[in-house]
Design a protein around this ligand. Structure first.
Ligand code: AIR
Length: 212
C-alpha cells in the first residue's frame, strides 16, 4: 500500500479514538468512488448536487480539518474511496465512521460495478448510508442489497436529494436542520407557484421567450 493510503487509514483510526463532542465532528460523510464523480456527487454538473444542497440550502459547511471545525454547527466531509481500487481505505472509512461522529454517510459510485455504497453500508452498519448511483447503469448495483442489509438510495445522479435525505435524518434530533429543510421546501413551493401564475397569465409564447 502507498504511504498516502496508509497515512489516510491511520488518520481515520486516530480520529475515531478521539471521542470529540458532536458539535466538533462532521455530521455527514460524503464518499465517492473516483474524483471523476465530483460533478454528480457535489457540484458543477448538469444539475445541482449534494454540496449545493448542504451549503446553499441547509447552511452546512465543509469540514476539511478534523482538528479545526468550521464555525457553522453542521458540517460534512468529503473523500474518494473506491470499493475496488482502495478496498482497505473504504473499509477503514466505513468502520470508523460512527466513532468519528458521523450521523449518516452519502456514498456514490458509477459504472456497472458500483459497490461502494453497498459495501460502505455493510461495514458502517448500523450507521445509515444513502447510496447515489452516479450513472443510470449503476442503479441495479447500488440498490440490489439482500434482505437484512439495508441501504437507502436515490435515483441516478440525484445527490442533491441524498443531501436533503441526510438532512431529514439529522432533523429528527436537530430542530435547526428541520427549520432549514422546511424553509427550503417553502421556497420550492413558491418558485413553482410563481412559474405557474406567470405561465398562465403571460401565455406560453411570452413565457417561453422570457428570461426564466
Ligand atoms: N468506480 C471506481 N471504483 C469502483 C467503481 N465502481 C467508479 C467510480 C466512477 C467510475 O468507476 O465511482 O464513477 C469511473 O472511475 P474513473 O476513475 O475511471 O473515472
Amino acid at each position: 500500500m502507498t504511504d498516502t493510503l496508509t497515512d489516510l487509514i491511520d488518520r481515520l483510526h486516530r480520529e475515531a479514538k478521539q471521542d470529540r463532542p458532536a458539535a466538533e465532528t462532521p455530521d455527514v460523510g460524503i464518499v465517492m468512488g473516483s474524483d471523476s464523480d465530483l460533478k454528480v456527487m457535489l457540484t458543477g454538473g448538469p444539475r445541482r448536487g449534494a454540496y449545493d444542497a448542504f451549503v446553499e440550502e441547509l447552511g452546512f459547511a465543509e469540514q476539511t480539518d478534523f482538528e479545526d471545525p468550521p464555525a457553522e454547527r453542521f458540517t460534512f466531509e468529503t473523500y474518494v474511496t473506491s470499493a475496488h481500487r482502495t478496498p482497505d481505505l473504504m473499509r477503514a472509512y466505513a468502520r470508523t465512521a460512527e466513532d468519528r461522529g458521523l450521523e449518516v454517510v452519502i456514498a456514490g459510485a458509477g459504472g456497472k460495478s458500483a459497490d461502494l455504497p453497498n459495501m460502505t453500508a455493510s461495514y458502517a452498519y448500523p450507521l445509515p448510508v444513502i447510496g447515489v448511483p452516479v450513472q443510470e447503469k449503476s442503479v441495479d448495483s447500488v440498490i440490489g442489497m439482500p434482505a437484512g442489509a439495508p441501504l437507502v438510495a436515490v435515483d441516478a445522479g440525484k445527490s442533491f436529494n441524498a443531501a436533503l435525505a441526510a438532512g431529514q435524518m439529522l432533523a429528527r434530533q436537530y430542530p435547526a436542520v428541520r427549520d432549514r429543510l422546511v424553509a427550503y421546501h417553502e421556497g420550492l413551493q413558491s418558485g413553482v407557484g410563481d412559474s405557474s401564475r406567470r405561465l398562465h397569465d403571460e401565455g406560453v409564447e411570452s413565457y417561453s421567450a422570457s428570461d426564466r
